[in-house]
Each structure stands twice: as structure tokens, then as C-alpha cells.
Design a protein around this ligand. Structure first.
Ligand code: MRU
Length: 366
């Protein structure tokens, strides 16, 4: 299977053919089982986001967009005001699924703008327009992550030395499984393949990402299947790898970037950034502009999701790994200080601190 076929094989979110359900790959079953499931009700969509069956900031945005288009298509109200009231209540419900990735709220707000702009048209026209907007969000995500990949690829090209592989580290999964196609942190690698690099021109070291193992279950699965030289390591092995000189560059994804450039991503990312600074390794955050939240001034205001203790004490083998009743600290994300970030790559370009000015100059609005 080539990379293009692999992307098709694991497509994260799409509508089913008769537009009656969202069709997602259940990421909690990967890498051992590739199973697609249909989500038809608001509870099923909410639950799939909450339980990480669909996850990763851009993919959550796409799922929310299709989700609200689907649920709106089932609203029976015949007049605009009643339709709009039901739409808003569904939107609020879906928005309550996870708090950190701003793409969820961004996508739902964008869908609501369609509703507002289409006031005066028939309910059936509005329903169609909502599906079109979700299609656009999905298609744009492919373009955007390709663009992020192009910019990241130019960084890889600058690092390339004849006859040696480039060592890349990544944390969690910001890959095809987190987006509509290329991923964000993985986009430079996938673009490199498209441009003719061989899989062994790069060597990607994936943090396993405890507690949920997205690095092990998802990132190493997708890179390995794409033919890229891939090594999996436990999170606490990042330091020894960096010290060994094997890592030339680090690319991570992001759930929300504050106006000052502080970036929330999977728990452990800030530790990787601190190590990278110590060992002098460039650390890039890859994020579509839909992940940049100019309304949030600094990382201190980014809500950090706290998740269930059993993710630490029992996942994934359903065998207890810690004493019954022990207190557990389980934040899903942390915030990397902007001054530890070498640069932020969005589809609009690579920007450096001071990030608030750079976002303004790059016309990053949302
Ligand atoms: O809890 P998850 O799996 O949704 O966390 C995902 C991440 O932290 C990703 O790195 C982030 O959403 C960026 S995805 C392009």
C-alpha cells in the first residue's frame, strides 16, 4: 500500500453515502483493529469526541462540523427561529465534549455563521449549505496541512546532509489520524515522501505518549505503515535520545495557541520543549490558523482538560497497574511557553516571537 492508499484506508471522518451518519475510524481500537463506525445521534457524536474515538484538534473540528450539519438535517422545525434555537442547543451540547482544542469551537462557530448568513432562505437550503460548509472545512484542512508540510519540509531540506538521515522527534499524534490528510507535525515528513525523499532519509522518533499511547498506537502506526523509518520510545527516553545527538529537529502539533504564542498540546510536550532548549534542538509547533486563538491572551487562560483516573491506572489492558483508590493526576494537555518555541508553522507561514505581532503581520485572524 502506498502512502496515498494508506491515507484513504485510515480516513478519520467523512459522511456516509446517504448523509445519514458520520463515518469515523475508531481510534481507540488502533493499531490492532481497523474498524469504522457510524455516528447518527448527538449522543454518539459527543461520546466519540469525549472518548477519543475521533481526536486531534483539526479532526475534532471536522467531526463537529459534519456532526452539526448531520444533526441539523434531522431538525423538524419549519421556521427559521425554531430551527435556529434547536441548532444552538445542539451546538452547545457538542461544544461541551472537550475543552482544550479550540478547533471544536472554531468549527461550530463557523457552522453557525452559515445559519446566520442564510437567514431568509428555506430550511432545506440552509441544511444543504451546512453540509457544504462542513465539506469545505474538511477540504481546507487537507490544503492547510499540505501547506504546513511544505514549510516544514523546507526546514528538513536545510538540515539534510548527504548520506545521513534526519532525526525528527514528535510527541503524541498530530498525524493523518488527527486531521483530514497530512497531519500537522507529520506533514513535513509526508510532503518529503511526495517530493521523492525515501522513507530512510528521515528517522522519526515517536514518544509513546502516556497515558493514552497515541504516539505508540497512532503515530508509530501511521509513519511505520508509510514506510518512514520509525522508532518508538517511552516519553521518559526523550532526554537520552536528545543527548545522543540523534535528534535534529522536533515537530509537534497543538490544540490551542494563545495570542502570545504559548501552545497547549498533549501532556508532556512542554517537557520535550524544555529538553530541546537544553540540548539546543529546534522545536517547532505546527498548527493551522484555526488552532490560533487570538481571544486567549496567554497559555494561563487555556482550559486544560482533566481526564479519568482509569486512563492512568488501567488503560489499555484492563488490568490494574496501580493500587485501587490511589489518587491520580491526569491532565490531558500542558502549555509550552512561547519562549521555548523556535517557531510556529501555520499555513500562512513560519512565524517567530513576538508571536502577537507576527500573527498580526501574517494576517492570522479567526
Ligand atoms: O487528546 P488528543 O489525542 O486529542 O490530543 C491530541 C494532541 O495533543 C495533538 O497533538 C493536537 O490535537 C494536534 S493534532 C494535529
Amino acid at each position: 500500500m502506498d502512502v496515498e492508499q494508506f491515507f484513504e484506508h485510515v480516513i478519520t471522518v467523512r459522511m456516509n453515502d446517504d448523509l445519514t451518519a458520520l463515518d469515523i475510524i475508531d481510534q481507540t481500537l488502533l493499531p490492532t483493529t481497523i474498524k469504522r463506525i457510524d455516528l447518527g445521534t448527538k449522543e454518539e457524536i459527543w461520546d466519540a469526541i469525549k472518548k477519543l474515538r475521533v481526536r486531534g484538534a483539526p479532526a475534532i473540528g471536522v467531526a463537529a462540523a459534519y456532526g452539526i450539519a448531520l444533526l441539523a438535517s434531522k431538525i423538524e422545525a419549519k421556521d427559521y427561529d425554531s430551527f435556529s434555537a434547536e441548532f444552538t442547543s445542539i451546538k452547545d451540547y457538542l461544544a461541551s465534549s472537550r475543552p482544550t482544542a479550540v478547533n471544536l469551537f472554531w468549527a461550530l462557530d463557523r457552522m453557525q455563521r452559515v445559519l446566520v448568513n442564510k437567514k431568509g432562505e428555506t430550511i432545506s437550503q440552509i441544511k444543504k449549505a451546512l453540509f457544504h460548509e462542513a465539506d469545505r472545512i474538511r477540504a481546507e484542512d487537507v490544503e492547510i496541512s499540505r501547506r504546513i508540510g511544505e514549510i516544514g519540509f523546507s526546514i528538513l531540506e536545510n538540515l539534510k546532509k548527504e548520506g545521513t538521515e534526519i532525526g525528527i522527534m514528535t510527541h503524541c499524534n498530530a498525524g493523518t489520524l488527527a486531521t483530514a490528510k497530512y497531519g500537522t507535525a507529520t506533514a513535513p515528513m509526508y510532503v518529503a515522501l511526495e517530493k521523492g525523499w525515501r522513507g530512510d532519509d528521515m528517522h522519526v522518533y515517536c514518544d509513546e505518549t502516556r497515558p493514552l499511547l497515541q504516539g505508540a498506537r497512532l503515530t508509530s502506526f501511521e509513519l511505520f505503515n508509510s514506510g518512514i523509518t520509525t522508532t518508538l520510545q517511552c516519553d521518559n527516553m526523550a532526554s537520552i535520545l536528545m543527548k545522543s545527538g540523534k535528534i535534529d529537529v522536533i515537530f509537534v502539533g497543538c490544540d490551542r495557541v494563545a495570542r502570545n504564542g504559548d501552545a497547549a498540546n498533549k501532556i508532556g510536550t512542554s517537557g520535550v520543549a524544555i529538553l530541546a532548549r537544553y540540548y539546543g534542538i529546534p522545536f517547532y509547533v505546527c498548527a493551522p490558523t484555526s488552532t490560533v486563538d487570538l481571544a486567549t491572551p496567554t497559555g494561563d487562560q487555556i482550559p486544560i482538560e482533566m481526564r479519568e483516573p482509569d486512563e492512568v491506572t488501567e488503560m489499555w489492558y484492563r488490568e490494574r497497574m496501580a493500587p485501587e483508590g490511589v489518587d491520580v493526576f491526569n491532565p490531558a494537555f500542558d502549555v509550552t511557553d512561547h519562549d521555548l518555541i523556535t517557531g510556529i508553522i501555520t499555513e500562512k507561514g513560519l512565524v517567530h516571537a513576538p508571536y502577537d505581532k507576527a500573527f498580526e503581520q501574517n494576517n492570522v485572524k479567526n
